[in-house]
Design a protein around this ligand. Structure first.
Ligand SMILES: [Zn+2]
Length: 226
């Protein structure tokens, strides 16, 4: 009788192992689903940030008849909290900028924090940022820095047409305005988040110029449909 009671209340080692292996199998199947659900949540937060930045840019435009030099300049009058500049998928919390190593000058973070360093650290466009914002996960496409990729790939005629203020330089903003007026319209992104692509091999989130829709694309938005 004593022996029977013991059998009823305990597990054998084999039973325990079977239960553990079943639990770990189920957990293994659930974890990727949970992690992708969490990323969906972070993505929704990022889309919300981009929408708020879009609204702030539009109100700024109505006040100044121009776009802000940097998104950080929207703080504090147009965007009340520094959190809006941070994407939750960005594991560095905006400390490393947009995470797009090719264009450090388009990062809205202090010059000292930029790694790699900007191509031209004396570019006056770099110093028009709001120093109160020390971290930003996003790339700002309408920034006042000289756009080296545009000047190195465009013809002399195109460069002349894009240089609207005639100072002999084409800034990112001038390059983007030129693209918008020559075939790309509202598809040109004004703000972009590369962190979903970098950390989850997903898509880049883009806030489109003029209508402020958020759309996804590959890193080269020109060649992807949306
Ligand atoms: Zn994001």
């Amino acid at each position: 009788m004593k022996c029977y009671r013991k059998r009823m209340h305990g597990f054998t080692l084999i039973e325990l192992l079977v239960v553990i292996s079943i639990i770990s199998m189920l957990a293994g199947q659930l974890l990727p689903a949970l992690s992708s659900a969490r990323e969906k949540g972070r993505e929704a937060n990022c889309i919300n940030n981009l929408h708020q930045i879009g609204i702030a840019i539009e109100i700024y435009y109505q006040d100044y008849s121009d776009y802000p030099p940097w998104t950080s300049c929207l703080y504090k009058s147009y965007l009340g909290t520094p959190k809006i500049f941070l994407c939750l998928t960005d594991l560095f919390h905006g400390e490393k900028g947009s995470g797009h190593n090719a264009y450090p000058e388009a990062n809205d973070i202090p010059v000292a924090k930029m790694n790699p360093a900007p191509t031209d650290p004396s570019d006056p466009g770099l110093f028009q940022r709001n120093p109160e914002i020390e971290a930003c996960s996003y790339i700002y496409e309408f920034n006042p820095c000289v756009c080296t990729w545009f000047t190195s790939s465009a013809t002399a005629e195109t460069i002349l047409a894009a240089d609207t203020n005639g100072d002999g330089k084409v800034t990112w903003k001038e390059a983007k305005m030129y693209q918008s007026n020559h075939g790309y319209g509202g598809k040109v992104p004004i703000v972009r988040c590369f962190w979903h692509y970098n950390n989850h091999n997903g898509k880049v989130l883009n806030l489109s110029f003029r209508n402020y829709n958020v759309y996804t694309s590959g890193p080269e938005w020109e060649s992807t449909s949306y």
